[in-house]
Design a protein around this ligand. Sequence first.
Ligand code: FPP
Length: 257
Amino acid sequence: MKRGKRLPVHVAIIMDGNGRWAQKRGLPRIAGHRAGMEAVRRVVEACPDLGIKYLTLFAFSTENWRRPPAEVTALMGFIGEYLEREMPSLMKNRVRFSTIGFIDEMPGYAREKIAWAKEKTASNDGLFLNVAVNYGGRREIVEAAKRIAKKVKSGVLDPDDIDETAFAAELETAGLPDPDLLIRTSGEMRVSNFLLWQIAYSEVYISPVFWPDFRKEHLEAAIQEYLRRDRRFGAVDLEPGETEGEESESQTVPRYT
Ligand code: FPP
């Protein structure tokens, strides 16, 4: 392994292939999502062992409302079901649960479970589990721009002070490091409106595995591939003095030239 390689601090995953997994088995799509929920449990449990501190999962996009109503209802229910069922394990592993996305537009039963889980896990200091629900990257950017425009209009912000840091602070992910590694399962090579701003310098890894089949070994394979990559952030080489296997949040600070 090359010197200077560090484990990814923040991994973001586009969990894809639930429908095809189910179809292959002659099952309804919803059965694929249920199996996908098990994969979420496995991956969340695997993160601490692999040094991952932040995990962002794309569970429901602003475009997913176009799916059949029964599938939408099932997906909303699964998020709550997962939280309720996994709460003892989340607490035991000190997982802090959070979300990005337009939660206010979700059905009450899902909103309530999400609020409950956030409150219950708020002081946990283990894995930061961030679930994107009713999330869309373009809309997130538009909403951030609106907030900035309002601040300018009210005189709180000078347009000359708008820089990347100020803009990022208005995004749903304010305060989180950008993902180091973006994984998409099921072989699809699209970003699908996920974390458009935040993945500017993320390494992308496409796994051929359908999400319900995704296991710790697949996450390990993604990390191994990540460690083989040469992250330059537009510069020419790694900073001197970085040592193999070191793990630090500082890796999320890009080294621009
Ligand atoms: C994409 O597969 C998957 C989704 C839109 C939903 C992911 C949701 C879960 C795994 C359920 C629970 C989530 C949490 C966080 C507990 P697809 O249906 O688009 O698959 P296809 O491309 O094969 O049709």
